[in-house]
Design a protein around this ligand. Structure first.
Ligand code: HEC
Length: 490
C-alpha cells in the first residue's frame, strides 16, 4: 500500500513538473566559425540506433525513424521524446529496415505519416510503403499503399512531398542490373503518387507510378523552395551523384555512371536522352540524407543543399546557383568528427538537425562515440569556443600513394586494416589471393566479381600502387606489382 502511494505521489509530482519545464538546456559539443556567423552544436537526443530519417512536421515537432523499426516524435521546445510506434515485422539486416519517412505537409488537417520498410516472408523480401494516422500520440491504422520488390541491399529509400501535394518515393534497384531501365519494374525509380497511394492522372504514364528512371540506390530526396527536386545517390566503386530530377527523365544507371565521359556513355545518353548529374564524386563519399536550406538564419548557407555523408563522415554544403540548376561551390564540415552522418532536417527557426549512423552495419575505426547514435542540433551563437571547427574545401586531385588510394577506393568495404566485414566483404589480410599469383589478383580487381565492383577505370599506375600496398601490408611481403603487369592483364 505504501509503495503504491509513493508511486502515485511520484506520478503526480512528475505531472506537475511537466507543466513548468525550464527552457531547453542541451549539452554543447562544439562551435563552428563561418565567414560571418558562429554556430553551436548541441546534443538533442542520444543513445539511438541508426536514426535513418528525420522530418519536421508543420507543428514544429521532429520525427525520427530508427532503422530497427522505432518511430518517435521530439518536442523541439522541451526536448521531450515520445515513442509513437514500434514496428514488429521490420526485416533489418545491413541496409534494409525502416528507411524512408514523410509527414503530410499539412499535418494538423491531415495527420498522416508515411513509412517505408523492408519485410521478409520465408525467402521473399519486399519493400512496403504504409500510411499511418497520428492519433493520441500514437501512429495507428496502418494502410498499405504499395509493396514492391526488396533485396538484401539497395532498398533506397527516401520519401518526400512535392509542392504539388504528391508523394515521391525514391526506390533502390535491389542490386538487379536490369531493373533501373525497365519501366515495368518499380525499383531503381522515382515513383509519384497521390497521398492516398493512387496513381495521379497527370503522371507521364497515367497507369504507372514511374516518374523518373535509371537509378541505382538513392539516399536523399528533397524539393527546394523553387519546387526543384534533387536526389543523392550511391555510385558503385565510383561516381556518387546529385541529380536534378525531371519528369520522365532517364538518369542512366547501369549504362552510365556519373558524368557522360566515356564513348559508350555518350552513345547511350544520346540514344536515350539521359540526364547528367549536377555533381559527382570519385572517390566516392557515400552520400546519405539531404535537405534544402532556404532560411536566412545561417546566411552563408541560404540556397544550398545540405548533404550528409557516410563514408565521407561529413556534412557537405552545396551552394546552388540562383536558378538552382547547378552547384556553384562545395564546403565540408565536421569531417571525421562525429562519424557517419545519415540524415539532416531544417527546424522551424532555421536551425539544423543531423543524425549520426555509427551503430549501423559498417562502423568506422574510433566510432561509435559515447552516447551514439545522436541527433545534433546546429544553431547560431554569438559565443565561439576557443577552438571552433571550420569549413574546408574539397581537396583538388593530389598525387596519392598506394595507402591513400587503398583508403579512397577499397577501405569502405575491406576496412583500413584489411579485416573486411564478416560474411559480407572478405578480409584481405591473410587472403591467399592477395599474396598469391599476381594475375588472379589483378583480374579480380580490374574486372570485379559479384558484389566486388570492377576497378578497370584505375590507371595502370594507380592499380599497381594499390596492389603493391596490400601485398606489402597483408601479403607477407609478397612481390611488388608493376604498371606493365596491370596493362598485360587488361
Ligand atoms: C563495394 C565493396 C567493395 C569495394 C569498394 C572493394 N571490394 Fe574487393 N571485394 C568485395 C567483395 C564483396 C568481394 C568478394 C567477391 C566474391 O568472391 O564474391 C571482394 C573480393 C576481393 C578480393 C578477393 C579476396 C579473396 O580472398 O577472395 C580482393 C583481392 C579484393 N576484393 C581487393 C579489392 C581492392 C584492391 C579494392 C580497391 C581497389 C577493393 N577490393 C574494393 C567488395 C569490395
Amino acid at each position: 500500500m505504501r509503495k503504491f502511494s509513493l508511486l502515485l505521489f511520484s506520478i503526480l509530482l512528475w505531472g506537475s513538473c511537466k507543466e513548468k519545464l525550464p527552457p531547453l538546456q542541451l549539452v554543447q559539443l562544439d562551435t563552428v566559425r563561418l565567414s560571418e556567423s558562429g554556430l553551436k552544436v548541441e546534443v538533442l537526443a542520444d543513445s539511438l540506433v541508426v536514426p535513418w530519417d528525420l522530418e519536421v512536421d508543420s507543428e514544429g515537432f521532429l520525427w525520427v525513424a530508427e532503422q530497427e523499426g522505432k518511430v518517435s516524435r521530439i518536442n523541439l521546445e522541451t526536448g521531450e521524446i515520445k515513442v509513437m510506434l514500434l514496428i514488429s515485422d521490420v526485416w533489418q539486416v545491413r541496409t534494409s529496415g525502416l528507411l524512408g519517412m514523410a509527414v503530410h505537409p499539412d499535418f494538423s488537417q491531415n495527420p498522416f505519416v508515411y513509412l517505408n520498410y523492408t519485410v521478409k516472408n520465408d525467402s521473399l523480401i519486399t519493400s512496403r510503403l504504409f500510411r499511418y494516422k497520428f492519433e493520441n500520440d500514437q501512429l495507428v491504422q496502418p494502410e498499405l499503399l504499395l509493396e514492391i520488390e526488396g533485396g538484401t541491399s539497395h532498398n533506397g529509400s527516401r520519401l518526400a512531398f512535392g509542392p504539388d501535394g504528391k508523394l515521391y518515393w525514391a526506390t533502390g534497384d535491389t542490386h538487379d542490373f536490369t531493373y533501373a531501365q525497365d519501366v515495368q519494374k518499380l525499383n531503381g525509380k522515382i515513383l509519384r503518387m497521390n497521398p492516398d497511394g493512387t496513381i495521379p492522372s497527370d503522371n507521364p504514364d497515367p497507369t504507372s507510378f514511374v516518374w523518373a528512371k535509371g537509378f541505382r540506390n538513392m539516399q536523399g530526396l528533397v524539393f527546394s523552395d523553387k519546387g526543384l527536386l534533387y536526389t543523392s545517390e550511391h555510385g558503385d566503386a565510383i561516381e556518387d551523384e546529385i541529380n536534378l530530377i525531371q519528369a520522365k527523365g532517364n538518369y542512366g544507371w547501369p549504362k552510365i555512371e556519373g558524368k557522360h565521359d566515356l564513348d559508350t556513355e555518350v552513345e547511350f545518353a544520346q540514344a536515350n536522352q539521359s540526364i547528367e548529374p549536377i555533381r559527382s564524386w570519385t572517390p566516392v563519399i557515400a552520400p546519405a540524407g539531404m535537405t534544402f536550406y532556404g532560411e536566412k538564419a545561417i546566411p552563408e548557407w541560404t540556397n544550398s543543399l545540405l548533404l550528409t555523408t557516410l563514408k565521407g563522415k561529413s556534412l557537405r554544403i552545396l551552394q546552388l546557383s540562383e536558378d538552382g540548376k547547378s552547384i556553384t561551390e562545395e564546403q565540408i564540415l565536421f569531417e571525421n568528427h562525429y562519424g557517419r552522418l545519415r540524415d539532416v532536417a531544417v527546424g522551424p527557426n532555421g536551425e539544423i538537425y543531423l543524425s549520426t549512423s555509427n551503430k549501423d552495419w559498417n562502423p568506422q575505426p574510433g566510432f561509435p562515440l559515447a552516447g551514439d547514435d545522436k541527433i545534433l542540433k546546429i544553431s547560431v551563437t554569438d559565443t565561439l569556443s576557443s577552438n571552433p571547427l571550420e569549413v574546408s574545401k574539397p581537396s583538388e586531385s593530389l598525387i596519392l600513394n598506394g595507402e591513400q588510394l587503398y583508403l579512397n577506393y577499397c577501405a569502405s568495404c575491406h576496412k583500413a586494416d584489411g579485416s573486411g566485414v564478416a560474411e559480407v566483404f572478405p578480409a584481405l589480410a591473410g587472403s591467399g589471393l592477395v599474396e598469391g599469383d599476381p594475375e588472379a589478383l589483378i583480374q579480380i580487381v580490374l574486372k570485379g566479381k559479384n558484389q566486388m565492383p570492377a576497378f578497370g577505370f584505375l590507371s595502370n599506375q594507380e592499380a599497381a600502387q594499390i596492389l603493391s600496398y596490400i601485398r606489402k601490408q597483408w601479403g607477407n611481403q609478397a612481390s611488388e606489382i608493376k604498371a606493365d603487369q596491370i596493362e598485360e592483364n587488361r
